[in-house]
Design a protein around this ligand. Sequence first.
Ligand code: NDP
Length: 396
Amino acid sequence: MIKNVLLIGVGGVGQVFVRKWDLLDPKPFSLHVASRRKSSCDAVRSKCTSPFDTYEVDANDVGAVAQLIKKTNADLVVNLALPYQDLSIMDACLQSGSHYLDTANYEPPDAAKFEYSWQWAYQERFKQAGLMAVLGCGFDPGMTNIYCAHALKHHFDSIETVDILDCNGGSHGHPFATNFNPEINIREITQRGRFFEDGEWKETDPLSVKIDFDFPGVGVRSAYLMYHEELESLALHLPGVQRIRFWMTFSESYLTHLKVLENVGMTRIDPVIHNGVEIIPIQFLKTLLPDPTSLAENYSGKTSIGCLISGVKDGEPKSIFIYNVCDHHECFLEVGSQAISYTTGVPALLGAVLMMDGSWNAPGVFNLEQLNPDPFMARIEKFGLPYKEIAHVALS
Ligand code: NDP
């Protein structure tokens, strides 16, 4: 019997999930699509040829989500709404007996944390219910975790260092815009830098450390050290790893805009009173900025994201770079999206396929490096994100 998947949230990433599912033949599962506004679901349905039902749901409402899971008979809920909704959707899955997958860690609305503690606390409940929760199945986190698991299984006896290098070498023509949800994106970038070294976490001022790196498909770009959520799980799950860092590229113009917005208080996430009304500056800023999905049509250039991993194989030092290059315009031609949404929505779709066909099947809460990378790596090229592995000098 074909299984049912309920997708919640059809913003930039959710739309890619739906459009790519629409292209799959045969269909690995039936799809039900829900979002805060039913109109968002109907808009993407109008671009698809395969039939699916659409629903309106507030993902903060555990009871309403549980009811919808029962109504749609969903075996799996794919959460592509916002990180604020992770826990309520996980609770609803436990109430109604559904597996769970997401692409971003839970975030409390009033503090930027980027940590897994809240979701890891669900371990026993998912285990006892015989249900599986897969966390962070996008690109980073997601593919980057899988690249590490693949490297450990097939290239190294032990891994010593990991540098995750994330470059968006594309151009959308706007002076300032974010490529995914602006609130989450800006929170992430303005926090203090952090990396794992010799068993402890070390901090840096935000975006204060940079390197130049030659990104395949893009060229040399400045990449800035910042904290990213997969560092936490990889530091825990890669045995004996000595150092893990995350680097992301930003243009000078982007950084200047961001600095000004920060300096005038527009990136604040605490409430302020404006004309007698309480507003949260970063949410107001989101209203002013271009919708990330609207960037797709005029986006040119490529993303280039990978893991530079060093370690030991057969007693010899070794280091490799595993990466994907993705072209914004090709994504637009295929599914009407830019590459940031594409590189997140495609791994989420493949993760859902692997959970539904039983390739990934274990009770409990998992980050991707804890799962078997082989079925994922075997199929990811066909799903649209080919990878390359090259020998590469490790970063100092
Ligand atoms: P968007 O803001 O474009 O979309 C979010 C969607 O969630 C919207 O469609 C919105 O609904 C829906 N939504 C918001 N609140 C609710 C609610 N209370 N109930 C139901 N639906 C709700 O975000 P993105 O698509 O850019 O990002 C989606 C997720 O992917 C985020 O968690 C983001 O952090 C993550 N991400 C992960 C990446 C990775 O590599 N791992 C990279 C990029 C993003 P509506 O339209 O109906 O109002």
